[in-house]
Write a protein that binds this ligand. Structure first.
Ligand SMILES: Cc1ncc(COP(=O)(O)O)c(C=O)c1O
Length: 403
């Protein structure tokens, strides 16, 4: 990636999934812009072709797609659908949602309500926790409230308890791997149990793949595929247009039919415009033809192994997690014990800044700001991974001298 004064290695921007200024994407967008169709009330060949290709990436149960303009819009539409579907199923609280603490799903009012990452930042004294929103713990089996191999089931119990106490909720939404929450992978046993309970109450389960989708998981095209579940709704965005605004909502037919039965016609002026579809198609073609999902798998495993080696020799690296090219490195304090793991935001900030000064871009997040986020374009190579590793090791070396 080039900047005003030279090259940077980008290990942070998952929006540019198929690479910055990808030629195929630029060409597709430029050509289609000369004949753009918006306000789309008619079928358009580019849109039909794109939707078919996108459906091919999904399990057959998810057979209907709505196109929107951003991840926030996708999640907002998902909530509308959940509400309508749950109402038709006789659910007691169709507009109630279970979300995960520290989750971020977008910036509109309805979505900030279900994004504790955002509303917990509120400093004006208002309590942003809305009564229709039920928050469960971050399913972190390393440093969260339930740890170890049974953590997944214990976290699922929190979801089950809310369904029991309320008599049912319209939806349960989760990121496929939590980004702002600190690169938290959904633990084994969590989603199958949580999904079952929510569905029994006539609610639906929404997987937010805005950060994680489009080949980034490496072994699978979508991250949720690693958890042995098929969501009722999958929301997507960010890398879908490689920087051009496009989002999507993939749903089971039953959910789409319930939504249509509300009688409210769904219309979106720009959602699914022909430039968005041409670009979306070019992104899918690039992933396929340039082998980018395979690359995410290969380089992701290579990088993860190197990070794990680093963890084995450096006690300040507490955890390494993630799949493909969506990885997190958790920094902890030297005086941490098994019972009390102390986050080390200071060190994480030092590493991110040190990397940036050496022209490598990463970011940090998590409720304590101590998790290094690695989510580069899928064109990231082994050499890039080596450069990133050398940068992290140099930063850790200099951090010792600093003390
Ligand atoms: C997991 C997740 N969902 C949804 C969104 C919202 O997407 P957008 O910014 O395109 O509205 C984001 C944005 O960062 C996100 O990280």
């Amino acid at each position: 990636m080039s900047g005003p004064d030279g090259e940077f290695l980008d290990a942070a921007n998952n929006v540019a999934g198929v690479g910055h200024s990808n030629e195929r994407v630029v060409k597709a967008g430029r050509e289609e812009l000369a004949r753009i169709q918006t306000n789309g009330r008619f079928l358009h060949p580019t849109r039909s072709r794109y939707i078919r290709k996108l459906l091919d990436t999904l399990p057959e149960e998810l057979d209907t797609i709505y196109l929107v303009n951003s991840g926030s819009e996708a999640n907002d539409l998902a909530l509308r659908m959940a509400k309508q579907y749950a109402r038709m199923k006789g659910n007691k609280n169709p507009d109630h949602t279970i979300c995960i603490d520290a989750a971020y799903h977008g910036h509109t009012q309805s979505i900030v309500d279900i994004s504790p990452y955002k509303w917990r930042q509120c400093t004006d004294g208002q309590n942003y926790h809305k009564p229709h929103v039920h928050v469960v713990s971050v399913p972190d089996t390393y440093r969260g409230v339930h740890r170890g191999p049974n953590g997944g089931e214990m976290y699922a119990k929190e979801v089950e308890d809310i369904v029991d106490i309320t008599g049912g909720v319209g939806s349960f939404i989760h990121e496929a791997i939590m980004g702002c929450g600190g690169q938290i992978v959904m633990p084994e046993g969590y989603l199958p149990k949580a999904y079952k309970k929510v569905r029994e109450s006539g609610g639906i389960c929404i997987a937010d793949e805005v950060q994680t989708g489009f080949g980034r998981a490496g072994e699978s095209f979508w991250q949720f595929e690693k958890y042995g579940v098929v969501p009722d709704v999958v929301t997507m965005g960010k890398p879908m247009g490689n920087g051009y605004p496009i989002g999507g909502v993939a749903v089971r037919r039953e959910v789409a039919e319930a939504f249509a039965a509300s009688g409210i016609e769904y219309f979106n002026t720009y959602g699914g415009n022909s430039v968005a579809c041409a670009i979306g198609e070019a992104v899918l073609d690039a992933i396929e033809e340039d082998g980018l999902q395979k690359n995410a798998d290969h380089v992701g495993k290579y990088l993860r192994a190197k990070l794990s080696e680093l963890m084995a020799k450096n006690e300040l690296v507490g955890d390494v997690r993630g799949y493909g090219l969506f990885l997190g490195v958790e920094f902890i304090a030297q005086n941490s014990t098994e019972e009390e793991i102390i986050p080390n935001a200071d060190l994480c900030k030092f590493v991110v800044d040190h990397l940036k000064n050496n022209r490598i871009i990463t970011s940090r997040d998590g409720p304590d700001g101590n998790v290094l986020k690695i989510k580069p374009p899928l064109t990231f190579t082994e050499n890039d991974a080596d450069r990133l590793m050398a940068g992290i090791e140099a930063a850790l070396g200099d951090s010792v001298e600093r003390n």
